[in-house]
Design a protein. Structure first.
Length: 137
């Protein structure tokens, strides 16, 4: 059973994504959206966990990973989240999912970039807990 937290759902989403990637799936649009979702949920989970003394509900309700990452980078400057890469990844949330003028067909190379941004974000956030314990600023 998945617990009802951003981090637990993010872990579940990551496991799902990795299991689909192992199959060799070429559904790049769906995979890029899943990578975006994993990164977003990790960011929100760590923001919720670390910014306990402030109201972050506005950031948690929106899909702006660049803003969430910027806030986490302010709290922990050594974290160094890639806000440019996360802005790139954010675009896939809408553009790879919905019809319209901005609809986009994701290539294999673009998926690789999405995955790289996602794994970089997840890795930095996982390592951050160690940094937070020893050096919060």
């Amino acid at each position: 059973m998945i617990r009802n937290t951003y981090l637990d759902i993010a872990e579940n989403d990551l496991e799902y994504l990795e299991s689909v990637l192992k199959t060799g799936s070429r559904y790049y649009n769906q995979l890029s959206v899943q990578a975006q979702q994993v990164a977003e949920k990790y960011l929100k989970g760590y923001l919720e966990r670390l910014a306990v003394d402030e109201d972050v509900s506005d950031l948690l309700r929106k899909h702006n990973m660049k803003r969430i990452a910027s806030r986490l980078n302010e709290l922990y400057p050594r974290l160094g989240l890639d806000t440019v890469g996360l802005a790139y990844l954010t675009d896939f949330y809408f553009d790879a999912r919905y019809p319209g003028d901005d609809f986009y067909t994701v290539t294999e190379e673009e998926l690789k970039k999405c995955l790289a941004v996602m794994y970089d974000t997840v890795g930095r956030l996982r390592e951050m807990e160690d940094m937070a314990g020893t050096d919060s600023k």
